[in-house]
Design a protein around this ligand. Sequence first.
Ligand code: KG4
Ligand code: ZN
Length: 339
Amino acid sequence: MRILGIETSCDDTAIGIVRQTGSRFLVEAQVTASQALIHRKYGGVVPEVAAREHAVTILPTIQAALRQASVGWPQIDVIAVTGGPGLSTALVVGVEAARTLGYVLNKPIVRVNHIEGHVLSVYGSGGGKPKYPAVTLVVSGGHTELILVKRPGVYRLLGKTIDDAVGEAFDKTAKLLGLTYPGGKLLSDMARRGNPNSFSFPRSLLGKNSVDFSYAGLKTAVLYETMRHKKLTSRLKADIAASFQAAALEPLIVKTRLVLQKTKARSLLVGGGVAANTVLRQQLEKLVHESLKISLHLAPLGLCTDNGVMIAIAGYFHAQKKDFTPWNRLTADPNWELA
Ligand code: KG4
Ligand code: ZN
């Protein structure tokens, strides 16, 4: 089965083509038209601008993906599209493209939840298959969630952020330190030159047994720290970046450990933009080494931030069960909750 995945929930027009053979997923195309440069001057994503850009780039991006995979429409079996959550104006462009193509070309359509895409992005690694039940940590610009996965398609939300997402905290701190949007990756590069023990920023644990997250306090603490100094030297910036990163990552590890203990999960899956963070990946490796019974499945670096491949992979699991949505009932839902 060959699936074309369409992702337009935020500021990336992303298309993936994936072929499922045996127990493996072969990534035949991955094309992303990033709008990062366009939104940079606003310091964040402007929904109206994002929608207009998606509308301009969606068909050329699909065409580029088909070329990259060296296939035409007759070879595409299923169209998978992000139905939500995300920016309403942005989602609607992908959904309308999928509806039109599905109708005109008579292809079955799968409506995919964006978070499910991040959860199942680990299948793109080509590594061993996760064992279930599994726990997934989704860490991105819009989400910080711990999800119990009974099996692909059956999810239960265990914990989530009560305010900002961890990626959002990275981006806001990056902005305070003069880095361009989205600054998460640049901030983590800067942190490499700093001392994580220079400042003791708060770790919001929300109580001993809580598996929810909170990043608003950390963001404010960093803001006050930057205001205390007349000039932010590059040494100081690197120390703030490293101390922020340590404080931002610690609750992720503490709560993931707690959830793994509580649920007796057999695997840990990790996806989303922040899953590309090197220090987080190292800490997660260390965490699973504490318990040899758990296997770790990190999204491959190329599939951490938003992409069309993860939507195609999630689409496969639905298509297998013939869980299709007719084109005339396909809608975008900006608040669609996975579980
Ligand atoms: O998954 P994603 O593309 O978008 C959402 O679904 O929200 O995640 C983007 C987020 C941004 O906040 C970005 O700054 C962050 O992931 N990010 C990182 C790193 N690479 C991307 N944060 C920390 N360290 C990184 N290496
Ligand atoms: Zn995402």
